[in-house]
Design a protein around this ligand. Sequence first.
Ligand code: UDP
Ligand code: MG
Length: 315
Amino acid sequence: MKLIDIVVPCYNEEEVLPYFVKETNAVISTINDYRFRYIFVNDGSKDKTLPVLKTLASRFDNVKYISFSRNFGKESAMYAGLEHSTGDYVIVMDADLQHPPKMFPKMIQGIEEGHDCCALYRAKQKGESKVRQFVSKIFFSFQNKISDVKMPEGAVDYRIMSRKMVNAILKLSEVQRFSKGIFCWVGFDTKWIEYENVERTIGTTKWSLWGLFKYALDGITAFSVTPLRFIAVLGFFISLASFIYIIITLIKTLCFGVEVPGYVTTLCATLFLGGIIELSVGILGEYIGRIYMEAKDRPIYIASDDNFDDNNDEF
Ligand code: UDP
Ligand code: MG
């Protein structure tokens, strides 16, 4: 029987986890021919997520967990889960039941059709604020325009992948991970299916607007050097314009003598160029910061506890 690992990153999800397991178990029990195993990753939760996971592990043989020494972020949690997976297929999903487990049969069908991956995108962004919907729309269209990785609008981190694809993802061991991009970057044949967004009923979202902005910036800088090219092109055009202006001014000066009043032009030019230089340095800095973080070569996560060695079951 094929084994399917379900990787679930959890950060402060004590309330929702029992429901998550209950609902997911209900779906799993209707799917024959496969064995399922949960790999929960406790991402340094401040609530009782870890004790809840331990209780679940003592009740169900197929519940495994890894617990981080602090909060490393969802991306690191997903990596840890994938690293510990051994299944023929691996599902990645959120703990908050916003990724409905009832999609499992369709996803499994997709991968059994011969695709390497079956991934989901949101049909309707029900339960999301207008601001978030807007930011998300801009993000997807911008991301698709400027980088090599393309994904449908509303793509989420809910998918099933073949072992082959998971192994490829694990080879990308960058610390600053942007999984949405990584999933696309590794290639492979992905089938996209639609699902209807579900509101989070228990617990709260872990994302602030600022967090989302940083995430979008990560996504753009991780998979594209277009902003760097943009400043080079901008620099070229500004130099060109300046050159033309210099020639005009020189000719005017030679023909008509020195014009003393020049306060406004000087001020405008200084401020404009100052702004452009700040912007360019900022963009450069963004990339240099990323190089710096990667150059440290730190581990993606540090685990403080797990139950993978407990040989009390068949897994
Ligand atoms: N999560 C995590 N580490 C974090 C933040 C979130 O492991 O630092 C997990 C969280 O427990 C959930 C998933 O990532 O399972 C998605 O988080 P959330 O529901 O807050 O995000 P949203 O659905 O609002 O995008
Ligand atoms: Mg959520």
